[in-house]
Ligand binder design. Sequence first.
Ligand SMILES: C[S@@+](CC[C@H](N)C(=O)[O-])C[C@H]1O[C@@H](n2cnc3c(N)ncnc32)[C@H](O)[C@@H]1O
Length: 273
Amino acid sequence: MLTRIKEGELVHLIDKKGKRYQIVLKASISFSFTHGVISHDDIIGLEEGSTVKSSLGEKLVVVRPTLAEYISKMRKGSQIIYPKDIAAILMLADIFPGAKVLEAGTGSGALTMALLRAVGKGGTVVSYERRKEFSAIAKSNIETFFDKVEIAGKEGSGKLVSRDKDVYEGIEEKELDRIILDLSEPWRVLKHVEKSLRNGGILLCYNPTVLQIYKLSRRMDLRYKGVFHVMGIYEVGIRGWEIKERSMRPEHKMIAHTGFIFVARHVDKNIQS
Ligand SMILES: C[S@@+](CC[C@H](N)C(=O)[O-])C[C@H]1O[C@@H](n2cnc3c(N)ncnc32)[C@H](O)[C@@H]1O
């Protein structure tokens, strides 16, 4: 696996206190910060994980950001799904290599990038977004990640089909393996999901309030009896710990509630009746 840093890559420089600086490498230019100046030429060609020294003697470690680190620094239009929830979504929706997945809405593209990685080469992610300004932000975030960060590049990930469309009005794709909804009224999409998600396919909805999850499950019970088999409703908690010389304890701050994850399988109504 390639580990040397090339011109054109987006890298993070991390100082001894953990502060990060994000730069895109370009020959013959320099990066200036409060602790001096570093020439990009001194970074290009280094092994990932190497240390560089600024003109004032400050040492920084050079790394390619992980997807979670990239997401935390990228430009946001809408609220993103946090990495802790993205990790769970990939497993709970059972996103597999080669899958055809539809998501709505694209938002800032955080989930889209994780889906593109997970479906891999041969897989497809169709992403609906009704606000053009958000799809433009997502497009730029996604292109930067696969062009400048991900070692495997675009070739190693799934095909992205972006649609500037309102998913409440319909889904044109059929025989989808998975549908992921991160929008405020997922129950309005059920009639389209019924037609577009293949039998055995999985629907996953992500919503911040329990009232939304309640309304979604009531609508499934009342209008789609036997069409969806609920697999589970989840919430993900993660708590960081800090280790110091004289103490080892949970961090003071944590991201507490973000959203609920509702998962259901599309089943053949005729078999059940
Ligand atoms: C919370 S954000 C999605 C964030 C995204 N999952 C991410 O991780 O970056 C919700 C997005 O859904 C879009 N949206 C809401 N209703 C929609 C609809 N009916 N059709 C398409 N997009 C919709 C909004 O414009 C917004 O960008």
